[in-house]
Write a protein of this length. Structure first.
Lengths: 441, 112, 441, 441, 112, 112
């Protein structure tokens, strides 16, 4: 069903067409405009993690832990890059043995035929762009996803445990989910018909679920929630959020894998959903607490960015407004109330913003593709059915990521240990783990 | 000699400094401090985590003076720092054994 | 006269050609290179406001007001985006009923036919790029213009008043001026023949005039000018100024609405005018005050960026040097002397840099188009005549923006009130209005 | 030999082909995709200096000197731009009188035929992009190179001396080396056959050699090495390093002067070498000192970026890993041990990171072009021979830059003086030279 | 009257504040200080430059009290700030000549 | 016992610390302060707004010692902190009633 739908706009569509099945058709030709855009989109998504997300997070922790967060994000960037080269790209995007509607090992995970970028030459293409660009673009998604999880266990995790967790989670959670959603016909969730243009499921729900589990397994920070733990530098957080917004154009519009109308519309709806969510969070907070805050409005913007992500290739401007408002309001309550109600310490609200925002977006993607100016659903698919497909994919991802994260963390806890000592936590991770201080003022 | 220590509101520092200069006080050492007192603090709110910050930024002045000038100093500070609102601060007076100017070795009243 | 001049390079020219009159001619085709560049240019102009301008401004205020400035810029970004979607784009760029040389309602303001992006599809084009990209690119200009004004009343305006002011000013001032200058033949200032490639009039003089009025209507900050109000973090200001410089390539070269030689030359002259203005300000300050300062050199750079903006599509490198040097020297005296002489408290020199720099640029645009390596004036237009046209447009914009800003502000003052209380101002806007502190060190 | 080798991928190749010799061949046509990419690449390389490098450096110095570093980088940006317009572009890229294999004045330095961009029109091309874009792109390299040297004499140089030094060094060192390596057949090092895709020799070894000489001529900072001089804000340093990483895509992939497979592969290998170097430095530091640090991992990343620079157009992913690991380990020892052993005070390790990293990269470029997935060496050139050519170019550049830097600095020392007074150094350069403080907290 | 000055570990500030409030102390002035003492500092390392930082962040409390309450104040501080580990800090007691409340002009015990 | 309070130039802190360690002083509490005195401040200039900052960064040391050691402490500080230039700072000596080590409850001389 889906393989013929012109509206199926997930990034690897072109890969699929030119990489395997459609090779017989007219030979793909490189396009310098598409290539130009995708190189820049890659730079923009990298900018989202370093320095974007790093600063967004580092500003929110206490001064004594600011560097530890920057360190974690930077090390993840380096570590995931090398793993991507070694086997990640291959396990995610090797489509050997896949066929639409047939279930097998290859529906879950790719093989090793592209390990160490085997077979990639300067002139290898994916669609109209060099394969080197496609592989690096996808890498930046693989980097930011585990980096997002950092917010959940900030201020208390051992750096060794972080490295081990990220390497394992990347391999056992990120790569399979990416493969299942984006690698093309024959992949589990692709065949199910999930719409996830730029990674609501692959990136945000995936990271958010892992974050919740990690927050619970690691336990609360010393003193939480009694002690005040105000952000040490909201200036850094605002820089980070701003760079996330700007960089997200690469994330969403880049997921068109071309400089075309789909990319343009993805940019427009991204802008609108983000703005709407920022205003929605601000207004809700204003109504509930009496004052609007800058941490609030920027968090609302991030919630909007998260929620529009899966819909950015299919929703229209009006749909974007709906998605933005819903994400702004619901994520506010998730971050401000839910975690307090349940008592877990998801330090920087990875679950409340990324999982909740991602779920809101995933479900509304089903709604907004087919109405409110969206591009329309594949023939024969009703809105209700698409929403069900979206919901199934959400649950599948929550479960896959949650269960495997739990297993990985428990294993690490029993072997190398997850958490710093009480003394280290009191002293702060910067000095305790890295022999450095963030500021010498 | 006496050491006069005053805790005042930060935005009053310039006025107090001027008032002290007018009566001929030439030296003051100033520290930024946090004050807990009757004056209420403020509320901060971060993603729904609301908490009351009960300290307030204050400025602490130390002025070493000869005994005769203590009252003048106190008057100068009080005059400039008083707003009549809670939190204006305190003045503490303690006795000072010796004073020495490091540069010259001058002692006590000469050293001020 | 101007409608046939090939040198008329304002951004909406292509819109006009492909959108209305020239539809009969050969069908416009999308160009992936132009599209790639314009998506990125949009991201760059957004980067200018968040985090660029926000940081430039936030670093210059006192610590207790740092967040309030960041909050204002971020909220403007969100608010203007949604208003742009609702009616802004339509009022600015709907050209229904316009005809070259004919004056009517449509010469001043567009209609509502494009409200909520009505009629915009994934494949709608403006020239060679998707209309979605054109609309988002133009939006980023609509965002930064009111954000510039923030500098004039920083550290004392109520946040509610700010929101109300921006919504009104955007509607009554920004949209008409944009329409009159950029929407094409039939628009008032377009027909007059004004050269404003990237927004010297629309953005800078417009914002600068409003800033001066706002500074006067709100009155001085408590303690100004007696009390020292040094910038709380020049590091942030330098980051902001640097991002403004980089992002301005999107602003000026993006105004070519294509990746071509005009864009390239716009980038080159932007670089040269900015560099010259930075050196000119630095040297003037050095001569006048005895030392060069980093706040000085970066402000000089911004003055150069402002001044080259209207000329960036028509001036050559030598003209850019002239414009840069003039802006650097004149804006220095405007910021350092003029406001002190007249006693108004334009906190961050919106008038001194943006209005004065904009006027210098607008007038010299007339000079440098026709000489010093410029692209040449339309046939039959002398330099003197063009300078007169430029001057008329400057005066018109100063007056329109000044008078309407005055009206809006006075109205708001009598209704919701413009200014925070004395206690709030002393405590700082961050705590008083937003319950937050910028740093917890 | 080299003029026919398809593997010779230095940026000006296209210039050479379309600018002089090959003019007779088919007329070059502008390509909007290539132009789009090169405009953005230019913005990215500018971003590397302001704010990238500025912050990387400013964060590492003591608070009292933070602004002086920002000031130096910003002033260099402005000064070099104007000099580039006046004569720099011409001396670097004027190829009048050059012919492959013939030695003469023009093999060392260009002429003045392009001074003040003479002859450059809106439609002038270099290869497939506007000449204005090519000239601005190259300018950004001319800016960052002297800015790199700032790290060597940070915290003690007079601002006047800095300006004089940079103007002289740019003219006598940067322009000739650029010309000799990149201007095309007939240039000294080009004819020798050196591979320097994006500036390992021209930028990094050149700057690193000057840095070492400057550190020695100026002498140590007061109190070095006894007194602790910890970085005043590692947060700024991490922002700077992150922006360097992101911006470096413009540097390396932009050196393809087109949006094609070479650019794409340059991006991929840049990412991999950087990641590998970051991990290598981190691991080495962890092993040697017992803890990994954020200053370490980001410095490692910069070392990797430096080292892959010359190789980025010729190495494959596996070669990139090798280059990254070698740079990470060797630069660690150069920065942590070498300067302590010899006792010079290269404040921010310009020699240890840029010269050493540049040398590692230059030599391994010879190795990795011909093996490990590289694009292959020109016909008839063995790996051994290429490494010898690389080594000769390294030595030539070290000597040219070192000797001329020494002469310039000694001359300045005897005339205007290089170093601030003891009192100024104790007070800090920000107040002493610029009457400003970085923070008012 | 006495001025009780205590140097404590920063993360103990909240507990000490609470303990003081419980015994009715209404005013405290707090300064962030660096302490050198028997407790060892930490090592910092920047690109191979390793050095020992021998100061530690501490918090200094000043509490003016009437003589009768000195012991209660000392007990409250000690009880809340003691961890038994080196570096818990010191309490210094000095005599206080006069106290004045700037807002009202009240003196001494009334001013506290 | 006495409390010796010294105001010195910040860059002299390391030398003074060393001099104190040499004579066996084991504990010092240090505060960053601003000093107003005879020494002139600096000028700052922001976009034509020129103003004189008349405070200077100083460091304040507090050292509790037994009476016999006061002179040695003063000599150590003076020796290390003196540059002979205006602004070298002051030393204030006040008498100290009691000292208590929080960790152990030791009192007075034992507590130092
Ligand atoms: N007993 C005390 N000991 C030390 N400092 C005190 C004491 N009481 C008050 N202070 C200081 O004086 C400041 C002002 O006191 P507060 O009770 O708020 O108002 P007021 O001085 O008007 O009575 C406090 O913030 C605190 O710094
Ligand atoms: N003689 C002293 N004078 C002033 N302050 C002191 C003195 N001795 C210690 N201090 C302060 O008390 C703190 C704790 O002292 P330290 O010797 O480390 O541990 P302890 O209090 O457990 O003996 C020091 O960091 C310092 O701030
Ligand atoms: N009367 C005083 N009371 C408190 N502190 C003082 C007094 N006089 C000077 N100081 C402090 O001593 C510092 C040095 O004093 P200053 O008059 O500048 O030089 P000098 O100590 O050489 O006479 C001042 O910056 C201030 O901190």
């Amino acid at each position: 069903m889906t393989s013929t739908a012109p509206r199926r706009l997930a990034p690897p569509l072109l890969l699929f067409l030119t990489g395997t099945a459609a090779r017989a058709a007219d030979a793909p030709a490189p396009d310098s405009g598409d290539t130009a855009w995708m190189i820049v989109a890659t730079a923009l998504v990298l900018l989202m993690t370093i320095p974007g997300l790093s600063l967004f997070y580092a500003g929110m922790v206490r001064m004594k832990n600011a560097l530890s967060v920057l360190m974690q994000c930077f090390a993840i960037t380096a570590l995931v890059s090398v793993l991507w080269l070694a086997y990640g790209y291959s396990l995610a995007f090797d489509t050997t043995g896949m066929a639409a509607g047939e279930f097998g090992r290859a529906s879950i995970i790719g093989g090793f035929s592209k390990a160490f970028m085997a077979g990639m030459r300067v002139d290898s293409l994916v669609g109209t762009i060099p394969e080197s660009v496609f592989a690096t673009f996808q890498l930046t998604f693989a980097i930011i996803t585990p980096a997002l999880i950092v917010g959940a266990f900030a201020e208390r995790m051992k750096f060794t445990a972080l490295l081990a967790f990220v390497a394992s989670w990347f391999t056992l959670v990120y790569l399979p989910i990416t493969h299942m959603v984006w690698s093309g016909a024959g992949a589990l969730l692709w065949d199910l018909g999930v719409l996830d243009f730029a990674g609501g499921t692959v990136v945000h729900i995936n990271a958010g679920s892992a974050g919740l589990v990690a927050a619970v397994v690691l336990g609360r920070r010393l003193g939480y929630p009694g002690t005040a733990m105000p952000p040490h530098s909201l200036a850094l957080t605002v820089i980070g959020a701003s760079l996330l917004w700007v960089g997200w154009f690469g994330f969403n519009a880049g997921s068109a894998v071309a400089a075309n109308g789909t990319a343009g519309m993805a940019m427009l709806v991204t802008q609108m959903a983000t703005a709407a969510a920022a205003l929605a969070w601000m207004s809700t907070e204003w109504a509930v607490h009496g004052k609007p805050s800058v941490l609030g409005i920027v968090t609302g913007a991030v919630a909007g960015l998260v929620a529009i992500t899966p819909a950015s290739g299919t929703a229209g401007p009006a749909g974007a407004l709906l998605i933005g408002v819903a994400a702004g309001v619901l994520c506010f309550f998730a971050a401000a109330r839910l975690k307090r109600a349940f008592g877990y310490d998801d330090s920087l609200d990875v679950f409340g913003v990324h999982a909740v925002g991602g779920i809101v977006g995933a479900l509304l993607t089903g709604v907004c593709a087919g109405t409110l100016g969206g591009v329309g659903l594949p023939e024969g698919v009703s809105i209700g059915r698409q929403v069900l497909v979206q919901a199934a994919s959400v649950l599948f991802t929550l479960a896959w990521s949650g269960l495997l994260s739990f297993g990985i963390l428990k294993l690490l806890d029993r072997t190398i240990g997850l958490r710093v000592t009480r003394e280290q936590e009191l002293e702060g991770l910067d000095l305790a783990l890295h022999d450095e201080r963030a500021y010498d003022h | 000699m006496k050491m006069v220590t005053a805790i005042i509101k930060p935005y009053k520092l310039d006025e107090v400094r001027t008032a002290l200069a007018e009566i001929g006080v030439q030296g003051v050492t100033v520290t930024e401090v946090k004050g807990f007192g009757r004056q209420k603090g403020h509320t901060e709110l971060y993603r729904g985590a609301e908490y009351v910050v009960d300290f307030l930024p204050k400025v602490r002045l130390e002025i070493a003076v000869v005994d005769e000038r203590v009252d003048a100093v106190i008057d100068a500070i009080t005059g400039a720092a008083r707003t009549g609102k809670i939190g204006d601060g305190k003045i503490f007076v303690t006795s000072l054994g010796n004073v020495l100017r490091i540069r010259t070795g001058e002692m006590d009243a000469e050293a001020l």
